[in-house]
Design a protein around this ligand. Structure first.
Ligand code: SAM
Length: 195
């Protein structure tokens, strides 16, 4: 593809930005951050966005679902993860008052969460188990009328995201957008009531 066409290609952040207004406050979470490439685009383009970023920045362990998912991410070394974490802190610095970094797993954070969210973007552990845990963990924290979405729909070489998403939502509710992003608008019935 010629360089100009490549530069103009719609990216994953364009799909996310289409779902975040530029004139009103919104709070969301990005699950799986790596080097904050997506985070930077969102924070730069949406001045009223408060963005939580969660990632353990921890190399994978053989034998875990993440290791077996097909993604190259779990095999990256701890040195690379430390570098990616430092890069994230650097990248988000201009927006540090509204970019909140959580260095832990998505599941641990979701368990203790209390702030209502307008959206959750899931791009962490792409195994069936990992992606399902993240979807189940964040749905209760997103308001009805908000959305949940993620990356790597229909990318079997990167994990089992499609099967995990389909285990929660009927296909006709799932909107697939640029760079294999997927989105579902949440309805009141999707959100479990506190017991
Ligand atoms: C593909 S990268 C994220 C890319 C980023 N969202 C972007 O678009 O630029 C996947 C990240 O998920 C993280 N991850 C893996 N398991 C996780 C978990 N249980 N909770 C949160 N993040 C996790 C990895 O550490 C890795 O940095």
């Amino acid at each position: 593809m010629p360089a100009e066409a490549l530069a103009q290609k719609r990216k994953r952040w364009d799909a996310v930005l289409d779902r975040i207004p530029d004139d009103q406050p919104m709070t969301g979470i990005e699950v799986g951050v790596w080097r904050a490439i997506l985070s930077r685009e969102l924070l730069a383009a949406r001045p009223f966005l408060r963005l939580h970023l969660v990632d353990p920045w921890q190399t994978g362990k053989p034998g875990t679902p993440w290791w077996g998912s097909g993604s190259v991410m779990p095999a990256r070394s701890q040195v690379e993860y430390e570098r990616a974490y430092r890069r994230t802190i650097e990248v988000i610095d201009p927006w540090r008052e509204r970019a909140i970094v959580h260095r832990t797993t998505s599941a641990l954070l979701a368990d203790d969460w209390s702030e209502p969210l307008d959206f959750a973007f899931i791009d962490g552990d792409h195994s069936f188990e990992g992606c399902s845990i993240d979807i189940a963990g964040w749905i209760p924290h997103v308001r009805a009328g908000g959305w949940i979405g993620g990356h790597d729909w229909d990318k079997p070489e990167r994990g089992q995201v499609t099967a995990a998403v389909l285990s929660f939502f009927d296909r006709d509710r799932i909107e697939v957008d640029s760079e294999s992003t997927w989105f579902v608008d949440l309805e009141p019935n999707d959100i479990p009531r506190p017991t």
